[in-house]
Design a protein around this ligand. Structure first.
Ligand SMILES: [Mg+2]
Length: 256
């Protein structure tokens, strides 16, 4: 039986910018951070610069080229143009940012309703997120979503981060299903969709800025809201060879 004929037996969901508004929280935290540190200039440029530094360093941490602390210090030193900061000073400044970031966590309005629908449909759910297990679990708890999911799989506790197929296989295994029986829902083409398809799972792309639900990108269904992810729906499942590797800058890796 080909993937297209297999029923979905479990749903994997990305966390940042899929269930929880990471970008909004990070933006608010950067604005508070630059106010606190008296940085001049266009606030939006600061937000963009922080995002660019995150995009530069967070994947390196996910590939385990640098440690969590090293990548945080690098982001802070570059952002503040302060290469001379000691490790302790850089850690203090990152902690300032992170306190503010955590205080801004909000679930999207369509997150809890989807998780309830999936539970009502009898489909086990797993959050599959590139991040720290403790932080991501706390994020789900504080936004009221933790009790609505069955498994939280963060890359810090997985054999590899998304888009590595091992991340999808390990999370499906935690839910007791074959990866080919899982559907991945996420906002990143590279990490969520391409990774899932290469692992053998089905995928749906969440693009909250899409004109409408029902469009198809490279053979993959696109939804503009989690309200449009129907429990039990059979998504399209193109062959992985058809999936482009076009990076989507709007869907960059999320980081604390
Ligand atoms: Mg995401």
């Amino acid at each position: 039986m080909g993937r297209a004929e297999r029923p979905v037996r479990a749903v994997l969901l990305d966390l940042d910018d899929t269930l929880v508004d990471h970008a909004g929280a990070a933006r608010a935290a950067v604005l508070a951070f630059v106010r606190h540190h008296g940085r001049d200039g266009d606030p939006e440029q600061h937000v963009e610069r922080w995002r660019a530094l995150t995009d530069e360093w967070y994947p390196r941490y996910q590939r385990r080229e640098v440690t969590l602390d090293e990548h945080r210090r690098a982001r802070v030193r570059a952002f503040l143009d302060a290469s001379g900061l000691t490790d302790a000073e850089a850690d203090d400044r990152f902690a300032d940012y992170q306190r503010s970031y955590r205080s801004q966590w909000r679930a999207f309005d369509d997150a809890a309703p989807l998780l309830r629908r999936l539970r009502d449909a009898g489909l086990p759910t797993g959050v599959l997120t590139n991040g720290e297990q403790g932080i991501q679990t706390e994020k789900l708890r504080r936004t009221g979503l933790l009790d609505l999911v069955d498994v939280v799989a963060a890359s810090s506790g997985l054999p590899a981060a998304k888009p590595d197929p091992r991340a999808f296989g390990a999370t499906a295994a935690l839910l007791g299903v074959a990866v080919e029986d899982a559907l991945m829902v996420g906002d990143s083409w590279e990490n969520d969709v391409r990774g899932a398809l290469e692992a053998g799972a089905a995928a749906v792309l969440l693009d909250r800025r899409a004109a409408r639900t029902g469009t198809v990108r490279d053979g993959v269904d696109v939804v503009r809201s989690l309200d449009d992810v129907a429990a039990g729906t059979q998504p399209r499942t193109p062959a992985p060879s058809r999936i482009s590797r076009t990076p989507n800058s709007a869907n960059s890796a999320a980081a604390p």
